[in-house]
Design a protein around this ligand. Structure first.
Ligand code: SAM
Length: 237
């Protein structure tokens, strides 16, 4: 069954404040205490971040551009965005994640060798459903994997309502191969399998965007052995 009732969000919050925090902090970090699968996911995810930065910069400099990073995790995207001069508002449902992101930002954004003086991101503990305001750009990476499509529809609509120019989303694509791999291997191995992973069909994401008057104008696909992400940039029609 796809649905587990209304509890997904609380389960996800609890997970990312505890075992999920420990697991993903390692994966998103740089230390050597990761296994082969985690190392591969780290590589895939870093490619996604690179792709996002490229997509965003292709449309011009990020200096002074407001960006909302919804579900920011440990700040893997928020920090490089700040280095590019973007004015970043980064939020996450997990207080542990936000604390880690703030710590990382402090360490990495000391006035240094960058061309532009980074504006330290504003971090806040907030689930993306309760975000408000308007931002030039809204980004939400690898978050939809924690929610079924029925919930993702509403999340996508809400994120689009916050964005003036563009919305970037990444999600695990529902393709036959990936579906099979997931069923066989499970991408959330070990005791931290507390949350399940939901795959999303690109057509479903596209339909959710279309419903609120948005369309996809750029696509990327990032794959390593254990990491699969479809990256889309959507804009108002
Ligand atoms: N976006 C970050 C990145 O790519 O580095 C983190 C990705 S991590 C797999 C998923 C993150 O989404 C976790 O930090 C989790 O706490 C956060 N999250 C899950 N559900 C959320 C929600 N409803 N609102 C905000 N953040 C959420």
């Amino acid at each position: 069954a796809e649905e587990v009732g209304g509890g997904d969000k609380e389960v996800v919050r609890e997970y990312f404040n505890n075992s999920g925090f420990q697991r993903w902090r390692k994966i998103y970090g740089e230390t050597d205490d990761v296994n082969k699968v985690q190392k591969d996911i780290r590589l895939g995810h870093s490619k996604t971040v690179e792709n996002v930065l490229k997509m965003l910069k292709d449309d011009g400099s990020l200096e002074g551009v407001s960006v909302c990073d919804a579900g920011c995790g440990t700040g893997c995207l928020a920090i490089p965005l700040a280095k590019e001069g973007a004015v970043v508002y980064a939020t996450d449902i997990s207080a542990a994640m936000v604390a880690e992101a703030e710590k990382q930002a402090k360490e990495q954004l000391q006035a240094g060798s960058e061309n532009v003086v980074p504006v330290v991101p504003k971090f806040e503990v907030k689930d993306l459903e309760s975000l408000d305001g308007k931002y030039n750009t809204v980004v939400c990476l690898d978050v939809l994997i924690h929610y079924p499509q029925s919930k993702a529809d509403g999340m996508i609509a809400h994120l689009a309502s916050l964005a003036e120019k563009r919305l970037l989303l990444s999600f695990a694509p529902k393709t036959f191969y990936y579906d099979l791999l997931k069923r066989v291997g499970e991408l959330f191995p070990g005791p931290s399998k507390a949350t399940r992973a939901y795959l999303h069909a690109e057509a479903d994401v596209e339909r959710a965007l279309k419903k609120v008057g948005w369309k996809i104008n750029k696509r990327g696909l990032i794959t390593t052995q254990f990491y699969f992400a479809r990256l889309v940039e959507a804009v108002p029609v």
